[in-house]
Unconditional design. Structure first.
Length: 201
């Protein structure tokens, strides 16, 4: 009715569950707990006399032992820089160790020294929501990151010896594989259809 004072109703817009402080705190806590992976190799090759299907195992022909372990910590978070713009930054830390390496064949035997290394793998991504265009919603994404692959137990210690007693087909000093990756993608979507094109290097 005319002449009456306006009525103001206070409204509070709650964030989505994945935007709440408790959810982000839980993610960081889980990330800081870290990951531990341990791989153990124990290989024995025995000589067999006669038919390999029914012959009895004989003397030890070769032996390969070793262990690798990795402790990992990672953290990642997203920031809303501006309407339609989101940035994601992350970092993974790894402490890798190899120990107990042994290569043996007949009378030849090598006990390999313990190794350890620490690696940092950062990651960065940026996305832009362009809004409605050509009948659908467009999103552009670009990201880059560093990847590390440490050598396996088999790659380090599984090998043999030549006639001179020298170790062959094994490399206990093998370095990890490292590389930087880049990716760019464009996504167009409607309620019924989604198309994505990605270029990566």
């Amino acid at each position: 009715m005319f002449g009456q004072a306006d009525v103001a109703l206070p409204l509070r817009v709650l964030p989505a569950w994945h935007q709440t402080w408790w959810f982000r705190t839980a993610l960081v806590t889980v990330a800081l707990l870290g990951v531990f992976a341990w791989v153990q190799l124990r290989t024995r090759v025995l000589a067999i006399s006669g038919d390999w299907r029914s012959g009895m195992p004989g003397a030890l022909a070769s032996r390969f032992d070793g262990n690798t372990g990795t402790h990992s910590l990672w953290a990642q978070d997203a920031w809303r820089l501006a309407p339609g713009w989101t940035s994601v930054l992350g970092l993974r830390a790894e402490q890798w160790r190899a120990w107990g390496g042994l290569t043996q064949a007949a009378a030849n035997q090598i006990a390999h020294p313990e190794r350890s290394a620490t690696h940092l793998s950062p990651k960065a991504a940026l996305s832009h929501e362009m809004g409605a265009l050509a009948g659908g919603e467009w999103v552009l994404k670009a990201s880059t990151g560093r990847a590390v692959r440490n050598p396996t137990v088999s790659e380090l210690y599984q090998g043999g010896f030549n006639t001179l007693g020298q170790a062959i087909n094994t490399n206990p000093d093998l370095r990890p594989e490292t590389g930087w990756t880049q990716e760019f993608s464009a996504e167009w979507s409607t309620p019924a259809t989604s198309l994505r094109a990605t270029v990566f290097h």
